[in-house]
Design a protein around this ligand. Structure first.
Ligand code: COA
Length: 259
């Protein structure tokens, strides 16, 4: 199957890009979907939008790796590499990447949502890492991103049991950042994405970089990264505009150029 038929990338006039998974009824993350996600991320990196939404189907965001593609004992290394490459390219985009999760986000689907910077879920969303029920483990970043989001003990309990996590619990443990009624899901993700797309994009990119790099460092090393990017942001056009606008008109009035 070509990646065009399993992934749709829409670039809107308001600066928001929307990646939609359209791979049949369960949105399994097949090789074609992972290739499509990777090339969509490359496309966006080459011509950056203001913010990105990643979404799937109404009932199923994504049901995880395409189990029908699992081959023999030698396949594991190639599968996990494909996931890490595609989700890594998405997560490295220097813009806010918002997962809009309407329904089931299981296995690689949950890992895709966690590779995004922020998760807005509907009340019908269900998260989980059910790989253990197949006798395998999460290989799309789940062993690393889930504990960073919900803490090690909860991540172990979720991943070792393979149980499903409903939207209200996901919100409570921080796996979902917001939960809204299904009818309001697209409005809310667009509201956040369009407002970010109008913001100070250089500063947004540097903030994301400092947070993400800092998470894998000691506090002192992370603070060194912050000093570096803080010095860099002062050289941006947006910082000149933002400071001048604040002094002349007060906070929140600046119109940024994204440079
Ligand atoms: N890869 C490949 N095929 C999958 C799949 C996956 N990850 N998940 C579901 N399917 C297939 C089913 O085998 C079934 O195929 P069939 O119609 O030929 O019988 C079809 O999709 C529908 O699945 P079904 O379970 O009947 O749908 P449902 O609506 O009852 O449940 C889910 C939807 C997503 C909750 C359920 O399919 C599920 O739990 N999927 C597996 C999730 C998982 O373990 N992911 C980790 C993979 S390592």
């Amino acid at each position: 199957m070509s990646s065009e038929s399993v992934i749709n990338l829409e670039r809107r006039d308001d600066g928001v890009a929307i990646i939609t998974l359209t791979n049949g009824k369960v949105n399994a993350l097949s090789t074609a979907v992972l290739n499509g996600l990777h090339s969509a991320a490359n496309d966006l990196a080459a011509d950056l939008p203001g913010a990105i939404i990643v979404t799937g189907g109404e009932r199923i965001f994504a049901a995880g790796a395409d189990i029908s593609e699992f081959g023999g004992p030698e396949e594991g290394a190639a599968i996990t590499r494909k996931f890490h490459d595609a989700l890594g390219a998405l997560s490295a985009l220097p813009r806010m990447v918002i997962a809009e999760v309407a329904g089931y986000a299981l296995g690689g689907g949950c890992e895709l949502a966690m590779a995004c910077d922020y998760r807005i879920a509907s009340t019908k969303a269900v998260f989980g890492q059910p790989e253990i029920l197949l006798g395998i483990i999460p290989g799309g970043g789940g062993t690393q991103r889930l504990p960073r989001i919900v803490g090690a003990s909860r991540a172990k309990e979720i991943s070792l049991s393979g149980r499903q996590v409903a939207a209200d619990e996901a919100l409570r443990i921080g796996l979902a950042d917001e939960v809204v009624e299904p009818d309001s899901l697209r409005d809310r993700s667009l509201e956040l994405a369009t407002s970010l797309a109008k913001g100070a994009l250089v500063a947004q990119a540097l903030t994301k970089e400092a947070i993400d790099r800092g998470l894998s460092m000691s506090l002192d090393e992370g603070l060194a990264v912050e000093r570096h990017v803080f010095a860099e942001v002062f050289r941006s056009e947006d910082s000149q505009i933002g400071v001048k606008s604040f002094l002349e008109h007060g906070p929140g009035k600046a119109e940024f150029t994204g440079r």
